[in-house]
Write a protein that binds this ligand. Structure first.
Ligand SMILES: [Zn+2]
Length: 148
């Protein structure tokens, strides 16, 4: 087993709420409901449940302002995106990670700056590249162990 990094452990619905919290810095359940009603039909009770789960998980802090509660992020968006992408890559055979990255890049609209940064990163990665990436899977979860 590779070392286990701190998992994000939040659902897609909770992630939607976190995006509002990051964008607004401090928000209320009403504001989250209004913003997310552009793309979901979540009732305010649903949003309140999601907010309290995120508080339980340590992703959001909350404080009382008069008779209402406000919510603010306790984790950085940037850090969470890093954890999210690491999590995604642990779900595939390490031999296929290159292909996953390739398809992410192929499907993304990128700026010239993005491309400059990716090119610089790849140039740096070349220094530590290997001939063949070793498989890190549990035997039976990929086909690497069948072919020799
Ligand atoms: Zn494998």
């Amino acid at each position: 087993m590779s070392e286990k990094k701190k998992a994000l452990n939040i659902t897609d619905a909770e992630w939607e709420v976190m995006r509002v919290a990051w964008a607004t810095e401090e928000t209320t359940s009403k504001e989250v409901t209004d913003i997310l009603n552009e793309k979901t039909e979540w009732k305010s009770t649903t949003v309140k449940t999601l907010l309290s789960r995120l508080v339980d998980k340590g992703m959001l802090g909350t404080k009382r302002n008069g008779n209402k509660f406000t919510y603010f992020p306790l984790v950085e968006e940037r850090k969470s995106i890093e954890v999210l992408s690491e999590e995604m890559l642990t779900k595939v055979c390490s031999k296929k990670v290159g292909k996953v990255l390739e398809s992410i890049i192929a499907e993304s609209l990128l700026s010239f700056d993005d491309i400059d940064e990716l090119e610089a990163l790849l140039k740096e990665k070349r220094k530590s590249a290997v001939d063949v990436v070793p498989c890190n899977c549990t035997p039976g979860q990929c086909q690497c162990h069948l072919v020799h």
